[in-house]
Design a protein around this ligand. Sequence first.
Ligand SMILES: [Zn+2]
Length: 297
Amino acid sequence: MGAVSQPTYCGEVSGHDDAAGDRPAARPLSRRGLLGLGVGLAAAGTGLAGCAADDATGPDLPGLRRAQPTCVRRSSLPRYDRLADLPLVYEVNRRRSEFSVDGGFAGQLEAWLTDLRELTGWPLRQLWTYGTWTDGGTACSSWHDAGRAFDLARLRLEDGTDVSCRYDLWRDASGRGLTWARRTYWAVAASAHQHFAYVLTYLYDAQHHNHIHLDNGRSGAGRSTFSSRSPAQVQAVQGVLTHLWDRPVEVTGRWDAPTREATRTVLSGLEVGDDLTDQATWAGFLTASTRRGADRD
Ligand SMILES: [Zn+2]
């Protein structure tokens, strides 16, 4: 019966074409960026779905009761065509679009993007997304329904290169292209995890193979803190250890002995403390990880 209460993200997205004005039409996906990763253009049109229903109130922090989202009408939310000066592009039709976002959450997204730009030095040009608000109808089950979730598809840089969250497109790449895709992906994920406690990557499930989901349902107006009981956060630590710190561990989503040991080793080299549940240590670990993923460590 669960499907009945689930919002239909695929058919109900908050992207809204803005064809008016003199804005240039979105350019085709960067041929160079895609080919550089060994991905044919034919693949660019696949994977058109953003988050499905069960991401934002998913089975994270088992046993703990999470706050539940409050559905809002789209018309009650402010609309944005850019965040932190970056034009928003709807991943599905590759056009610049407006999106409805909770005002407080939009401010947090802008703080995150400003931080990401500073830590990585990336010349960001556009923010590509699968959307924000969804219509929860009578059953409110996702932070998308509250306008407090964002699905990141890619960050386009000034030279047309994409920092891509489209794992579905680059996972079969090889060589330097794959290495670069992985490192930049995890740099973005680490940065997002510092600002939001609920961030879902491709490690979470197949629905997140084409975007990173972030929402402030757990962390509210504050920065994130780490809980070893959060499978999403533990998965992120495991991904970051494996792909950014050359400390490969099995992705279990559990705070197991190999993960604790690898974390201890990395933290001891960073001198930011030894306990990830300490907010400053968590922030220091993620900051260093983001810089490392962008080769600025
Ligand atoms: Zn989402």
